[in-house]
Design a protein around this ligand. Structure first.
Ligand SMILES: Nc1ncnc2c1ncn2[C@@H]1O[C@H](COP(=O)(O)OP(=O)(O)OP(=O)(O)O)[C@@H](O)[C@H]1O
Ligand SMILES: [Mg+2]
Length: 211
């Protein structure tokens, strides 16, 4: 059995990631692939419990370093229980946020030392690396307006200031620029169908789809 493919969606608040994850999963399933749709923080029962700690409450509830460690505790559980087993049996894994969100939120925007994040990537991710990462890029004000329109309890990062979200956007753009083989920068400012087309082009250009 060949290893499955691992696709991650990344980008700031309200960029349209979760909307497009659903559409991509539907397309891959129609092409005959077994697809596991999952998300971070979370994706396994233990990691979902950590998600509640990280995404709820006051903006300053955790320091950036503490947040980094919580994210990596959650990520390790998610990898052990969901991602690695799925890839091993040949399924495609489509994940709404992954390790680049830690680089951008806790690193570029939050100020956690890049060396700590790099060390966690080495020892916690081991060989788990996305085959393709779709980096959704959108002006900060548009993303926050979209996110506010669908407000819920998970508002901790949305409640951080505009400067935080500008650093976040730059952080994601820098990741896409530094790793062009893994990452495709997606212009997320268009309508949902337009963005869906852009995502599908990136996936079908870079990965081999059945059928
Ligand atoms: N291309 C689009 N144009 C306009 N509105 C959109 C578009 N894509 C998604 N939306 C809407 O914007 C809101 C945020 O979208 P979505 O939840 O998919 O973003 P997200 O990137 O997953 O956000 P978060 O990072 O906060 O999880 C939703 O209400 C969604 O319906
Ligand atoms: Mg989402």
């Amino acid at each position: 059995m060949t290893r499955g493919r691992f696709i991650t969606f990344e980008g700031g608040e309200g960029a349209g990631k979760s909307t497009q994850v659903l559409r991509l999963v539907a397309r891959l399933e129609s092409a005959g692939h077994e697809v596991v749709k999952t998300r971070e923080p979370g994706g396994s029962p233990g990691a979902e419990s950590i998600r509640d700690l990280v995404l709820r409450g006051a903006a300053d509830r955790w320091s950036p370093v503490t947040e980094t460690l919580l994210m990596y505790a959650a990520r390790r559980d998610h990898i052990e229980r969901v991602i690695r087993p799925a890839l091993s049996r040949g399924a495609w894994v489509v994940c709404d946020r992954f390790a680049d969100s830690t680089r951008a939120y806790q690193g570029a925007a939050g100020g956690t030392a890049p060396g700590l994040i790099a060390a966690l990537e080495t020892f916690v991710l081991e060989d788990i690396k996305p085959d393709l990462t779709l980096v959704f890029d959108l002006p900060v004000d548009i993303g926050l307006a979209r996110a506010h329109a669908r407000a819920g309890a998970e508002m901790r990062f949305e409640s951080k200031g505009a400067a935080f979200h500008e650093r976040l956007r730059e952080g994601f753009r820098a990741i896409a620029e530094a790793e062009p083989e893994r990452c495709a920068l997606i212009d997320a400012s268009g309508g949902m169908d337009e963005v869906e087309g852009e995502v599908w082009r990136a996936v079908s250009d870079r990965l081999t789809i059945h059928g």
